[in-house]
Ligand binder design. Structure first.
Ligand code: ATP
Length: 502
């Protein structure tokens, strides 16, 4: 993970936000390559969701339309959605280090040290978020207490901090602390950022930055229905920024305080809800595979009934095996069957009738909703983790095996040397190809270094104009994945790239 993070910074995928001021926890900026990759992932989603949605079970294309709603909505919308009252994580503060943790992220183990004499001594209750961090910390503690092998006391094997009694909690050594008893009791912490509209800053002018894009869709559901030829089953999709004042932003762009989501609400008749839920889970798994994510690295985590929100009749998380969760998985997307909960809530709070009148069947109902909700920025992280390759035998040991159509730069175009008519031919090719494909012209440094730079950027093809080009009107095209070169007629370069990009 640390190698990926430094590659991202070095090559301009992702930078820490406000870095010259020391950074701001939970915020990241996308650089030239990163924004291109993010836009490509967003465009692929939009294309496959809105412009060319999948075929439904009856073999006919689904009807899905797009919206782009405001980040700040009427504050009552967030009361209706339950976010003002309930969108809270339990958090724990550490009085010693001033760090803040999500209560459900802290695990606790009693650590026992076996001395050479055979005597077993308890070092206390250790809290940790990351097992690797615990190991590092233990080394220090064991050294301090005069050495010995670390053994875990089996019966006390990892327990969530939240399950401990108040007395036990008061003995825990916090994840980054050295002394016991510095963690506070878990306290609810609302994750919504707020601000004020207009000149007066009081409770009446208080507004929220949206913590999800989904509610904007529910607020526009009636307008979309009234102004478009759509009727259930149909979907409304949206991509945009969301904000959550996460207690513990961590793992690079996995959990940040400002992020982007790609969400779609699929409205259907109540009796079809479960069918569409299964449809969308399968479809979303298939889609992530199509973006180049290996099947083995994806996992459908079915949320057990006892953990479902009261309104949900089924939720599955589509999980990915991130380097920091391996061999386990972490969430990438959630697919939730939300029943008619959201529309009913908004109907009740706004007093506007949100029923759908089905004239054919002569009935009216509030549509049920299936929601595939995915992180765009988290999706970029998945693409980067999946693409990252390390191979000592290559010019650049680190390279990105991105799906060609998602790569930020599609074609690198180089004159072998910057003279003898080569730059002129290369520039002409560049001016032609860049109209359709993101290209980069590079005439600096050795050809090997230029290939290496393109490998690190994940560029699938590099075209080199060499000394023979002027004679045979052909160039070499190097394939990123095989590092093999092929001689291709200048006139066929465009067709070659088109075919390979699919
Ligand atoms: P978690 O339990 O990890 O906090 P969640 O279940 O609350 O996440 P959802 O509300 O279902 O997440 O959001 C849908 C998707 O939005 C998630 O699957 C994830 O990809 C993305 N997402 C949510 N929170 C963040 C965040 N803080 N940073 C980046 N992406 C996020």
């Amino acid at each position: 993970m640390s190698r990926l993070v430094s590659l991202c910074k070095r090559r301009g995928f992702v930078y820490p936000a406000s870095e010259i001021y020391g950074g701001l926890n939970g915020f990241w900026d996308f650089g030239p390559l990163g924004v291109q990759l993010k836009n490509n992932l967003r465009d692929a989603w939009w294309h496959d969701m809105v412009e060319c949605p999948p075929l439904g079970p009856d073999g006919k294309p689904l009807s899905i339309v797009g919206v782009d709603t405001a980040i700040i909505q009427h504050p009552k919308a967030w009361v209706a959605s339950g976010h003002v009252g309930g969108f809270a994580d339990l958090m724990v503060d550490c009085r010693e280090t001033k760090n803040r943790y999500r209560a459900d992220h802290i695990m606790v183990e009693e650590v026992l040290v076996a001395k050479k004499s055979g005597e077993v001594k308890s070092l206390g209750l250790f809290g940790y978020v990351d097992k690797d961090d615990l190991q590092k910390k233990l080394k220090k503690f064991v050294q301090k207490s005069g050495g010995g092998d670390i053994k875990y006391h089996e019966p006390s094997n990892p327990r969530p901090y939240t399950s401990l009694s108040t007395n036990e909690r008061s003995q825990v050594i916090g994840p980054d602390a050295e002394n016991p008893g510095t963690l506070t009791e878990p306290r609810a912490f609302n994750l919504m950022f707020h601000s004020y509209t207009g000149v007066f800053q009081d409770e009446d002018s208080k507004v929220y930055l949206r913590p999800e894009t989904a509610q904007g869709i529910f607020l526009e559901y009636k307008n979309v229905l009234d102004s478009n030829r759509v009727r259930p089953p149909f979907g409304i999709a949206q991509v945009g920024k969301s904000f959550r004042n996460e207690v513990t932003p961590r793992n690079f762009i996995f959990r940040t305080r400002e992020f982007e989501q790609m969400e779609m609400e699929f409205f259907c008749a109540p009796e079809d809800g479960l069918m569409w839920y299964e449809f969308w889970v399968a479809e979303r798994l298939r889609w992530w595979e199509e973006q180049g994510v290996k099947k083995d690295n994806l996992f459908r985590h079915i949320i057990p009934e006892s953990e479902l929100s009261h309104y949900s009749k089924g939720t599955s998380d589509i999980e990915y095996r991130y380097p920091f969760t391996a061999p386990e998985f972490g969430e990438l997307e959630g697919v939730a069957y939300r029943t008619d909960y959201d529309l009913k809530q908004h109907q009740e709070h706004s007093k506007v009738n949100l029923e759908y009148i089905d004239q054919e069947q002569n009935r009216r109902y509030i549509p049920h909703v299936v929601e595939p909700a995915s992180g765009l920025t988290r999706g970029v992280l998945v693409l980067l983790c999946e693409a990252y390759q390390y191979d000592e035998s290559r010019a650049s040991p680190e390279w990105l095996k991105l799906k060609p159509s998602l790569a930020p730069i599609k074609v690198g175009i180089f004159p072998l040397v910057n003279k003898d008519g080569m730059p002129e031919v290369a520039e002409k090719l560049y001016l032609d190809l860049r109209k359709d494909y993101t290209c980069q012209y590079d005439a600096k440094q050795s050809i090997g270094k230029r290939y290496a730079r393109m490998d690190e950027a994940g560029t699938p093809f590099c075209v080199t104009v060499d000394g023979d080009t002027l004679k045979d009107q052909a160039v070499t095209i190097r394939d990123r994945d095989t590092a093999q070169q092929e001689r291709v007629a200048l006139a066929n370069v465009r067709a070659y790239v088109k075919e390979k990009l699919g």
